[in-house]
Design a protein around this ligand. Structure first.
Ligand SMILES: C[S@@+](CC[C@H](N)C(=O)[O-])C[C@H]1O[C@@H](n2cnc3c(N)ncnc32)[C@H](O)[C@@H]1O
Length: 233
């Protein structure tokens, strides 16, 4: 069988795109060999035979390039998300896949790299879904949820300069299968001292009610509850 990371060999083997990009962005992608060795150093961050449900540990790659680390991390989590094993229904299986993905974050200053990282992560999930579900169909809304999570978690920004402006979304998966509460917070806390002329940071936001993953794409903002009646966005 082809190893999961082998599908990304094109990027991993060609560690550079152009000389100009190496000069401008210090863009040299880490080889699969080093990715594996470095992830081995933090093996307790990944699920294992005695902790198979431990798929939600958070990783942030502040200069993610084409996503070599992100894909390596996702692979190690998905290795323990098997349909029919711990996850017997499509709903619990899909929720686990989304939980694994939603705890991985990548930032890059270059839009092409951001897009490539998203595409590689998506291809990795597609491969996993085909392998695990075979002919069982993926539910409506699953791929929209994947897109929504990739949109919040793999972003274009200058990690060095934009720390206080970057909003990351934490996904808190609820006991009820498929339901999640999102929490928006800055990558870097604003300076404690009030800066009269500085930008006023947005308030941290949080969904007031849990929403199903199939609605993530339709609800990019925090879901609010109207005090005098029904639910609003
Ligand atoms: C040496 S490459 C490493 C890519 C990836 N971490 C890997 O190991 O394959 C450096 C990456 O940092 C990105 N980068 C450079 N300056 C950055 C900044 N200030 N904020 C975010 N990303 C940056 C570049 O676009 C490039 O993709």
């Amino acid at each position: 069988m082809v190893s999961p990371t082998a599908r990304h060999r094109e990027v991993i083997i060609s560690q550079t795109k152009t000389r100009q990009r190496v000069r401008d962005l210090a863009e040299v992608y880490t080889h699969e060999r080093e990715v594996t060795a470095m992830l081995d150093l933090v093996s307790d961050m990944f699920p294992s035979l005695d902790r198979p449900r431990d798929i939600g540990r958070t990783f942030l790659e502040p200069a993610c390039g084409a996503g070599n680390f992100l894909v390596g991390i996702l692979d190690r989590k998905l290795a323990y998300v098997k349909f029919g094993g711990l996850y017997r229904s499509v709903a619990t299986f899909e929720t686990a896949v989304l939980r694994a993905l939603s705890s991985i974050y990548g930032i890059d200053i270059d839009p092409e790299n951001v897009e490539q990282s998203r595409q590689f992560l998506k291809a990795d999930i597609a491969h996993h879904m085909n392998l695990q579900l075979n002919t069982v169909p993926v539910s409506d809304g699953f791929w929209l949820a994947v897109e929504a999570i990739l949109g919040t978690n793999v972003i274009r920004a200058d990690t060095l300069k934009d720390g206080q402006r970057i909003r990351l979304v934490e996904y808190h998966w609820q006991r009820k299968t498929g339901y999640v509460i999102r929490d928006w917070s800055p990558l870097e806390e604003p300076n404690a001292q009030f800066d009269l002329f500085g930008e006023v940071p947005d308030e941290c936001q949080r969904d007031e009610v849990a929403i199903h993953y199939s609605l993530l794409a339709d609800s990019p903002e925090a879901v609010r509850v109207e005090r005098h009646g029904g639910r609003t966005k």
